[in-house]
Design a protein around this ligand. Structure first.
Ligand SMILES: C[S@@+](CC[C@H](N)C(=O)[O-])C[C@H]1O[C@@H](n2cnc3c(N)ncnc32)[C@H](O)[C@@H]1O
Length: 472
């Protein structure tokens, strides 16, 4: 339910604009061609930098056995029963193993790896033994810290007890599951049938093995989802008590993602229904013991994400919200993105054969990216505070960069004043931006847009070209 007194008229004016979620800043639309040499040169800059405490590695497995119609991630469907699929998978694994060795040979890669995350696609498309072999190669070429967070995304429909045993053996300590929704009608519409009992059993099997923590990905705002079905999904999630919850708003971009065109858009929930879905989650998850972590994440208080929120070490990146701010992210696999803190982004070829040809020829598969300007770095700080903490102290940003924040952000401050009048933020002192609850929380991207120099200055209230960011 939308609470009495909620300023619906204001919400209607700002909601539904095509604005970025800022998992990166600047967004990929601003990137251009970069190459391997450029990446290696920049890696070397952090080799002995005491402010670069370590690495976070992302491994992309682009394969899935079947298509989920809502999915906007970078993936390829491979039917397991076809011999051709096995060959494609083998070629990819071979290239990935080669890339691990290549990446590790860059200067600066001997720093401790404190996080590893496998995403996709569905990494659980691989056999357990294949995952063990890739993880062993990673440990052979990189220095994995003993207390590293090692996580993997799995598809519960294809998760066997044997796969979980292998994940335990490969020392994963966090499993992330794509749930999306428990409702049978929605599941059937999006081509992803996985009843509650299946998710429950996989969750229990992970816990029985003592593998570690469990994350759930949920989506609201898809066709056939109603207030009731989404409220039921929240209830069912609370019953299973995952350690972290990502409660994503459905990113609907059929003009870019052809398979989304098959969704039945006549049955989409309205903006106001989606607002009610989100407000319900914003009430029910904390009432069930979860801490709200910016934008669309929730975590149990003893989960590292909630602890990091307290400690001020949370960060926004391509994986949403993560812990251990400051690590350099090294992406491995087709389409993956590396982020050297304070320096820039480098993305690998999305096209799998091109990616494979590059690494098999001994070249890191860098295709494009961007070097940060000083202005990018300043704005990254402000955006990170807004998204992670719902508050920004521009005076502190100013001190860090030696700028006068009120002069530097003069235009932004005017726009923030407009948002203040509409109740999205409070500006209690010069340079302090406080996001309001719940209006500012639900319109966080509009506040973020104020600081995005690549958008039209009025984009926060007018919308702009569509920026998409589940996968870059
Ligand atoms: C790459 S997918 C991984 C799915 C997982 N490996 C699996 O197979 O279950 C990561 C997550 O992105 C989210 N996602 C994908 N497409 C989305 C969209 N169009 N809108 C919002 N979230 C989306 C889903 O929640 C999904 O679980």
């Amino acid at each position: 339910m939308i609470p009495q007194g909620f300023p619906l008229e204001v919400f209607r004016r700002y909601a539904g604009l095509a604005l970025p979620r800022h998992v990166s800043y600047p967004m990929p639309t601003a990137w251009s061609n970069l190459d391997e040499k450029d990446f290696r040169d920049h890696c070397a800059l952090h080799e002995k930098d005491p402010d670069s405490p370590g690495l976070s590695i992302y491994i992309h497995i682009p394969f899935c056995e079947s298509l989920c119609k809502f999915c906007a991630c970078s993936k390829t469907i491979l039917k397991k029963e076809l011999r051709e699929s096995a060959e494609k998978k083998q070629a990819y694994i071979e290239a990935l193993l080669r890339e691990i060795a290549l990446a590790a040979s860059a200067r600066g890669m001997n720093r401790p790896v404190r996080q590893v995350h496998w995403g996709g696609g569905s990494p659980s498309y691989l056999e357990g033994e294949e995952i063990i072999a890739i993880q062993a190669a990673l440990r052979e070429h990189f220095v994995l810290a003993d207390d590293a967070e090692v996580s993997i995304e799995i598809d519960p429909r294809h998760t066997t007890p044997h796969l979980l045993d292998c994940l335990k053996q490969a020392r994963f300590n966090r499993i992330s599951m794509g749930i999306q929704d428990f409702d049978a009608v929605v599941q059937s519409h999006v081509h992803r049938i996985q009843p509650f009992e299946m998710v429950r059993d996989v969750t229990e099997a992970i816990r029985e093995r003592g593998i570690g923590r469990v994350n759930y990905d949920l989506i609201y705002g898809m066709p056939y989802q109603t207030l009731e079905t989404v409220a039921d999904m929240v209830e069912k999630t609370l019953q299973l008590c995952p350690d972290r919850i990502a409660f994503y708003h459905y990113a609907q971009i059929p003009e870019k993602i052809a398979t989304q065109r098959g969704m039945d858009y006549k049955h989409l929930p309205s903006s106001e229904e989606k607002l009610a879905m989100f407000l319900n989650a914003l009430e029910k998850f904390p009432a069930g013991g979860y801490v709200f972590i910016g934008l669309d994440h929730f975590a149990l208080p003893d989960d590292q994400l909630a602890i990091s929120l307290d400690e001020g070490t949370i960060q926004r990146n391509f994986q949403g919200m993560t812990t251990q701010r400051g690590l350099d992210l090294i992406g491995l696999g087709a389409s993956s993105i590396s982020h050297l803190m304070g320096l820039g982004y480098w993305q690998s070829h999305k096209d799998i054969p091109v990616y494979q040809a590059s690494v098999m020829n001994g070249r890191m598969p860098i295709e494009r990216g961007l070097h940060f300007s000083e202005d990018d770095r300043i704005r990254q700080e402000a955006l990170s505070e807004i998204y992670c903490y719902g508050r920004a102290d521009l005076r502190q940003v100013g001190r860090r960069f030696g700028i006068d924040p009120m002069e530097y952000f003069a235009r932004e401050w005017e726009n923030l004043r407009e948002l203040e009048q509409d109740g999205l933020v409070e500006l209690p002192a010069e340079g302090i931006v406080q996001v309001t609850h719940p209006l500012g929380r639900v319109l966080l991207r509009n506040i973020g847009a104020v600081f995005d120099a690549y958008l039209d200055p009025d984009a926060f209230k007018m919308g702009d070209r569509y920026y998409y960011s589940v996968s870059a």
